[in-house]
Design a protein around this ligand. Structure first.
Ligand code: GCW
Length: 838
C-alpha cells in the first residue's frame, strides 16, 4: 500500500472510531460560533510564572487542550509577556510581576481563581492559586469551561475544594488482577511487581488531576504482605514519580498483622513497644523511597483480615500505633470502618450486620490521633443498590472521617449494566444526620470535617480503572469516575450538572446527544433499582457467588448478614428499636423518629428497616407485592427504552463508541428481563399472590425450549441454580460432540413483522454456535462468546439474542440450531415472538 493510502486509511479510522482512552479530556475541535467566540478570547501566549513540575503540567495541558479545540498552538513563556496572555502563577508570583493585576487575596490549599484582567490594551486570562496544584486545577477548569461551550469572557471564578481528602483506593492485587475490577488488569501491578511500562499511570494521573483528585492508594485493602518488603519500595517510588507531576500523592494499603506475619516479630499487638517500633521503621523505609507518600490504608477485623481483637485491643489502639509511625512524615492513616462479623447466626432475628460500624466505633470517638481517619462506607451494609446513610457519620464528633464510595460497580451490574452513580451518592452526601443542633448537618459536611471542625476529612472512591482501552470496562462507566471526582471537589454540584458536563466533554455539544445521554444517565439508578432490589431489599444478587447474577435467596440462611428476610409471610428486616435489631436507634433522635415509624419511613427504605406483609400498603396505596412486580416491569422497559433512544444517536456519535454502547445497552435490556422474571417468579411463589396485571408467569409470545420439537436436545432442570433462573425452571442442552441439536416450533400468529428473541446461556466454559431458520432460510447466527461475570449456568449467564423485523406468517417453522463448543452445551431457555415495536 502507498504511504498516502495508509495515511488516508488512518484518517478514516480516526473519524470512525474513538477508543474512549481520552475519556473526558478529548479536546475535540470546536465548531461554528463557539469556535469563533473562543478564538477571539484566547491570546497567543501562555505564560507560566511557576517553575514547579505540576505547573509545567498545567502549561502542557493548556497548550494541548487549546490546540485540540481551537487548532492553535500557543507560545509558551515563563515571564510576564508584553502582550495579551494566559497568565499562570501563584498570587505572590503574579503580584511580584505586575502588582496591579491582582489584589492580595488569600486562597486556600488547592483552590484556584480564574480572572480576566486588563493592563492598558493588554488582556490577561489569569489562573492563580496559592499552590501549584491549584494552578493545575485552574488550568483544567479553564479548559473544561471552553470544552462544554461556556464563555470565558469576563471570567471571575473562584473555587475552593470542599474537603482536603479527595482520594481513590485501588483494589489492585500485586499479581495484576483487581478485586471487583471490571476494567481489565491493573495499570500498576503485574506478576508480583510494579509493571515495567507505567505509561498508563501518567495518563491516569492526568485524568485524576482534571477532577482535583489528590491521593491514590495503589493496592488492595486486602493487602499483600509483600507491599512492605524493601524490594517494593523503589518500585512504588516509580509509580509516585508518574503521578507527582499531576499533584496526585501515592498511598499504600497494609496488613495489620505485618509485624508478625512478615516482620519476624512474635506479635502484632499494637500496644507492644516492639510492634510500634516496627511500624515506625517500616514507615521510615518507605518514606525514604517516597518522601511525599500520602499514607496507609488499613482493613482490620473484617472478612478474614486480622485486627486488634486478636489481643483484646481497640480499633483506636490499632489505628494510633500505625498513625504514630506516619506522623513524623506527615502521613495519614485511613482506618476502615468496614468491620463486621461474617459468621453471624442468621436464626437470631436480633443479629444485624448493619449495626456493626456504629457498634465498633462510636464509643471510641475522641480516642483516635489526628492523622488517623475512619473511612466509612456510604451505607451500613455494603454498597447495595439502596441503603440509608451509615449512622456512624453522625456519631463521630472528635474523630476525623471520610466517606468511602464505590466507583467500581460491584453490586451495580459490574460495568455490564449502565448505572450512573452520582444521584445515588448524592442521596447519602446530602442526607441530614441531625448531628448538631438545628442547622443541617449533611453527611458531606460531616465527612469534610466542617460540622465539628475536624483537622481532616473528605471523600474516598474505590476506582473502576484498569488496562482496558476505555479504562473502565465500558464507555459509560467513565461517568462514574468523573462524577466521583466532581463531587469530591464540590458535592453541591447537581447530578444534572455533572451528567451534562461529562456528556459534553465525552460526546460533544450536539443538543440531541447531550439531552439523550444525560437524561438516560440521570434515570439509570432508579431503573437498576427497579429491576434488581426495590423498596430497600438491597441488590438481590448472588452474594455468596459473583455479586452479579440475580439470586433472591442467596443472601439468606448464611452468616454474611445481607439478609432481607423475605419469606412466605412478608419481606424486610425489622431494624426498629421497638421490635427489631435496634439499628434505627443508632441514628440521632430526629432521624430515628422518621425511620422507626411505618407512617413516616420512606417507601424506598421500607424493607431495609421494617418487616411487613406483602399486602402492606405503601404511601402510594400500592401493596408491597404489587410494587415489586410493577417496578420490575418498569425497570426492564426503561432499559429497552435506553437501547431505542441510543439508536437515534447513530451518526451523531463516532461509530466505534456508538456500536459498543448499543451492544451494551441491548445486552443489559436482556438481563433486565432475566432479573424481572426471576425476582417476580420468586416473590409470586413465596407470597402466593398473583400480579394484579396478570403479567408474572404469563409471557405473551413465549415458547419454552422444553416444549418445542427437539432433535438431539435433552430437557433438564436449570438446577443447581434456582428454579427461577430459567423460564419455566427448565432448559434444553445439547450433548458434547453431537451434530447440531435443534428445537423447532410452528408459528401460528397472523402474517406480519415480528421481533424474534432467543434466550440462551453464555458460559465461560465454551463457545457454542446458534443458528435460527424460518423454514429453510437462515435468518441469524451467532457465537456465544461474551465474557460474562457469571461462573456457572445461572441467570447471570442467561443472554438474549434479538432479531427485529422478521417477516412471519401462520404455519412458518422456526428452528433454532445449537452446536456445543468446549464445555458449553448450546443451552436454550425459550424463544419469544412479538409483533415489532414501531
Ligand atoms: O464489598 C466487599 C467486597 C470485597 C471487598 C470488601 C471491602 C476488598 O465484596 O471484595 O474487599 O467489600 O470493602 O473490604
Amino acid at each position: 500500500m502507498s504511504k498516502f493510502g495508509l495515511l488516508s486509511l488512518l484518517a478514516v479510522a480516526a473519524l470512525h472510531g474513538e477508543t474512549g482512552y481520552d475519556a473526558w479530556l478529548r479536546y475535540a475541535p470546536l465548531q461554528g460560533a463557539a469556535l469563533d467566540q473562543v478564538r477571539q478570547a484566547v491570546p497567543a501566549v501562555v505564560a507560566v510564572l511557576d517553575q514547579s513540575p505540576v505547573a509545567a503540567s498545567a502549561r502542557a495541558e493548556l497548550i494541548r487542550g487549546l490546540k485540540g479545540m481551537l487548532g492553535r498552538t500557543l507560545r509558551a513563556e515563563s515571564a510576564l509577556p508584553g502582550e495579551s496572555a494566559i497568565l499562570v502563577g501563584t498570587v505572590d508570583q503574579i503580584r511580584r510581576a505586575a502588582p496591579r493585576l491582582l489584589p492580595d487575596v488569600r486562597l486556600g490549599a488547592d483552590a484556584f481563581w480564574l480572572k480576566s484582567a486588563a493592563n492598558g490594551p493588554l488582556r490577561y486570562t489569569i489562573i492563580t492559586a496559592s499552590n501549584d496544584r491549584g494552578l493545575l486545577y485552574g488550568a483544567f477548569a479553564l479548559l473544561r469551561t471552553i470544552a462544554i461551550g461556556e464563555t470565558i469572557a469576563g471570567l471571575d471564578q473562584r473555587e475552593t475544594p470542599y474537603a482536603p481528602v479527595r482520594w481513590l483506593n485501588h483494589w489492585d492485587n500485586l499479581n495484576g488482577t483487581i478485586e471487583r475490577g471490571y476494567g481489565g488488569r491493573s495499570i500498576f501491578w503485574d506478576g508480583g511487581k510494579v509493571r515495567e511500562d507505567l505509561s498508563r499511570v501518567g495518563d491516569y494521573g492526568r485524568l485524576l488531576a482534571s477532577l482535583g483528585i489528590n491521593g491514590c492508594s495503589i493496592n488492595n485493602v486486602n493487602a499483600d504482605l509483600k507491599i512492605l518488603t524493601p524490594e517494593l519500595a523503589p518500585q512504588i517510588a516509580r509509580i509516585a514519580d508518574e503521578l507527582r507531576p499531576w499533584g496526585v500523592q501515592v498511598a499504600i494499603s497494609v496488613d495489620f498483622g505485618s509485624p508478625q506475619r512478615m516482620g519476624g516479630l512474635s506479635t502484632f499487638d499494637p500496644l507492644d513497644p516492639a510492634v510500634a517500633e516496627w511500624w515506625k521503621a517500616r514507615a521510615d523505609d518507605i518514606y525514604r523511597a517516597v518522601p511525599d507518600l500520602a499514607g496507609f490504608v488499613m482493613k482490620t477485623d473484617s472478612e478474614g483480615r486480622v485486627g486488634p481483637s486478636a489481643y483484646g485491643r481497640t480499633h483506636a489502639d490499632a489505628a494510633n500505633a500505625v498513625a504514630r509511625a506516619l506522623k513524623p512524615h506527615g502521613g495519614l492513616l485511613f482506618y476502615r470502618g468496614f468491620v463486621y462479623d461474617n459468621h453471624m447466626d442468621w436464626r437470631n432475628l436480633k443479629n444485624d450486620r448493619g449495626r456493626a460500624a456504629w457498634d465498633n466505633f462510636h464509643s471510641l470517638d475522641g480516642k483516635f490521633d489526628d492523622n488517623a481517619i475512619i473511612q466509612i462506607k456510604n451505607g451500613p451494609i455494603d454498597f447495595q443498590v439502596r441503603e440509608p446513610a451509615s449512622p456512624l457519620f453522625g456519631a463521630l464528633e472528635k474523630t476525623n472521617q471520610v466517606v468511602e464510595l464505590q466507583i467500581t460497580q460491584e453490586y451495580f451490574g459490574q460495568a455490564k449494566h449502565n448505572v450512573f452513580l452520582v444521584p445515588y451518592w448524592k442521596e447519602t452526601l446530602d442526607f441530614d444526620m441531625h448531628a448538631k443542633g438545628a442547622a443541617p448537618t449533611p453527611v458531606k459536611a460531616l465527612v469534610a470535617g466542617k460540622t465539628f471542625e475536624r483537622t481532616s476529612g473528605g471523600f474516598v472512591g474505590v476506582s473502576n480503572v484498569g488496562l482496558d482501552d476505555n479504562w473502565s470496562g465500558n464507555q459509560l462507566s467513565q461517568a462514574n469516575l468523573y462524577g466521583f471526582g466532581r463531587l469530591a471537589w464540590n458535592p453541591d454540584l447537581s447530578s444534572k450538572r455533572i451528567a451534562d458536563e461529562w456528556t459534553r466533554l465525552t460526546f460533544g455539544l450536539d443538543p440531541k446527544v447531550v439531552d439523550t445521554i444525560s437524561t438516560m444517565q440521570l434515570s439509570t439508578w432508579r431503573t437498576y433499582e427497579n429491576y434488581t432490589g426495590p423498596l430497600g431489599l438491597q441488590t438481590l444478587t448472588d452474594i455468596v457467588g459473583d455479586h452479579y447474577s440475580v439470586n433472591v435467596e442467596a443472601s439468606e440462611r448464611n452468616g454474611w448478614g445481607q439478609w432481607h428476610r423475605a419469606d412466605e409471610t412478608g419481606a424486610g428486616m425489622d431494624r426498629t428499636v421497638a421490635t427489631g435489631t435496634g439499628f434505627i436507634g443508632q441514628y440521632r433522635p430526629e432521624v430515628a423518629k422518621v425511620y422507626e415509624s411505618l407512617e413516616s419511613c420512606p417507601d424506598d427504605l421500607l424493607l431495609f428497616l421494617h418487616h411487613v406483609p406483602y399486602t402492606y400498603k405503601l404511601h402510594s396505596g400500592k401493596t408491597v407485592i404489587q410494587y415489586i412486580y410493577d417496578s420490575h416491569y418498569e425497570g426492564a422497559d426503561a432499559v429497552a427504552g435506553y437501547a431505542r433512544q441510543w439508536k437515534a444517536l447513530k451518526d451523531l456519535v463516532d461509530e466505534r463508541r456508538y456500536s459498543e454502547i448499543l451492544t451494551q445497552l441491548q445486552y443489559q435490556a436482556g438481563q433486565a428481563i432475566v432479573w424481572r422474571d426471576a425476582v417476580n417468579t420468586w416473590f409470586q411463589k413465596a407470597s402466593k399472590i398473583d400480579d394484579a396485571k396478570g403479567r408474572v408467569g404469563h409471557y405473551p409470545g413465549r415458547t419454552e425450549a422444553e416444549s418445542m420439537t427437539l432433535q438431539g436436545y435433552t430437557v433438564r432442570p436449570i438446577a443447581p441454580a434456582p428454579e427461577e433462573d430459567a423460564s419455566g425452571g427448565k432448559i434444553v442442552t445439547c450433548p458434547a460432540g453431537a451434530t447440531p441439536c435443534s428445537a423447532t416450533m410452528q408459528f401460528d400468529g397472523p402474517a406480519g413483522w415480528y421481533t424474534v428473541s432467543v434466550e440462551y446461556f453464555d458460559l465461560a466454559t465454551g463457545v457454542s454456535q446458534y443458528r435460527v431458520f424460518v423454514g429453510e432460510q437462515l435468518i441469524d447466527e451467532w457465537s456465544a462468546d461474551l465474557r460474562l461475570p457469571s461462573r456457572r449456568m445461572d441467570a447471570g449467564a442467561s443472554t438474549r439474542r434479538v432479531m427485529a423485523g422478521v417477516a412471519l406468517r401462520r404455519g412458518d417453522q422456526i428452528r433454532i440450531e445449537g452446536k456445543p463448543g468446549g464445555n458449553e452445551p448450546a443451552p436454550l431457555d425459550y424463544i419469544e415472538i412479538l409483533p415489532d415495536k414501531m
